[in-house]
Design a protein around this ligand. Structure first.
Ligand code: BTN
Length: 322
């Protein structure tokens, strides 16, 4: 906590702040201040210490540290508890442990890198340290288990909106969970459910965003924000923006129902209006037709050539050439 108080003081002063001023402000000795400054330096903060003038923050590390995420976040629910790890096998497994120990709604698990990051359909999610954003968020909406896919829609909308706000670029959603730009995948969402027949205990929303990765290091069809913009991107601002947009979209869903979520999702959809081919999860069944709409449980409605409409809840989708 003292480290964070010192950072707050340093951040609110553009010039040097004397050790005396910090020590009287926080009610601790100047020797203790010095010790905490060393700790902050060890975390990667560049702090100049000039005799007779005091301390000045020169730069902060490119890390998604919990107090940096919370700084000016102004959320009331999402990310109120943050657990931070330099490396994890997968934030999904850690989040599942927190769900078992009854962590509250809004708990965020963040890792700088993952050694066994996973995507949908048993695929791996490439998660090199400090390059991307990898998080899992625990939420506990009072909904039926079959409505859980709506949380994927909410997350996808939040990511597109945040990226638009931060970068001024339109991103699009490929049903159900891919975020694309110029037909390249930038981010993916994995939603896992802990539920009984008629009640959801918790939903874990996992998101992976390729930020400063090179395209060559990503699977075919993937790209990153850095490749798209030609600039190194500040991961912290992107994450904060996603968390703010998620909270807004989620509270809107809880308070007003699913309709606004669906219309927000339609706005960002790349899939609707396209001819699509779907391999459903049981693999025995292929569906080809036009994706016409999304329903209140997140299902995709596909009009077949026969004129019948089929509802699909999960699967891998291919957008056919126009
Ligand atoms: C997909 O597109 O298939 C979903 C990718 C989800 C990746 C994220 S990264 C953070 C969280 N931890 C994981 O192991 N997976 C999700």
């Amino acid at each position: 906590m003292v480290n964070q108080d010192i950072l707050r003081i340093l951040k609110s002063n553009l010039e040097h702040v004397s050790g005396e001023e910090i020590s009287s402000g926080l009610g601790i000795s100047r020797a203790a201040i010095w010790k905490h400054i060393q700790e902050l330096k060890d975390l990667g903060y560049d702090i100049a210490a000039v005799p007779h003038l005091g301390y000045k923050l020169l730069s902060s590390p490119d890390k998604l540290l919990p107090w940096e995420i919370k700084h000016n976040l102004k959320n009331r629910l999402i990310a109120r508890n943050i657990y931070y790890y330099e490396s994890l096998p997968s934030t999904m497994d850690k989040a599942a442990e927190f769900v078992s120990s009854n962590a509250p709604e809004g708990t965020l698990i963040i890792a700088e890198g993952q050694t066994k990051g996973r995507g949908r359909m048993g695929r791996a999610w490439v998660s090199p340290k400090y390059k991307g954003i990898y998080f899992s968020l625990i939420i506990k909406p009072k909904i039926l288990p079959q409505q859980a896919p709506v949380l994927t829609l909410i997350s996808a909308v939040a990511i597109c909106r945040a990226l638009k706000q931060q970068l001024g670029i339109e991103f699009q959603i490929k049903w159900p969970n891919d975020i694309l730009v110029n037909n390249k995948k930038i981010a993916g969402i994995l939603t896992e459910l802990s539920a009984e027949m008629d009640i959801v205990h918790a939903i874990i929303i996992g998101a992976g965003i390729n930020v400063n990765n090179t395209e060559a290091s990503l699977p075919d069809g993937g790209s990153s924000l850095k490749e798209i913009t030609g600039q190194k991107i500040n991961r912290l601002s992107i994450l904060q923006s996603i968390l703010r947009c998620f909270e807004k979209e989620y509270l809107q869903f809880l308070e007003q129902g699913v309709e606004l979520t669906l219309s927000d999702w339609r706005h960002f959809s790349l899939t609707l209006g396209r001819r699509v081919k779907l391999n459903t999860n049981d693999k025995r069944h292929q569906i080809i037709g036009e994706a016409v709409d999304i329903d209140s449980e997140g299902g995709l409605l596909v009009r077949l050539d026969s004129g019948l409409t089929e509802r699909v809840m999960a699967g891998d989708i291919i957008h056919c050439k126009r």
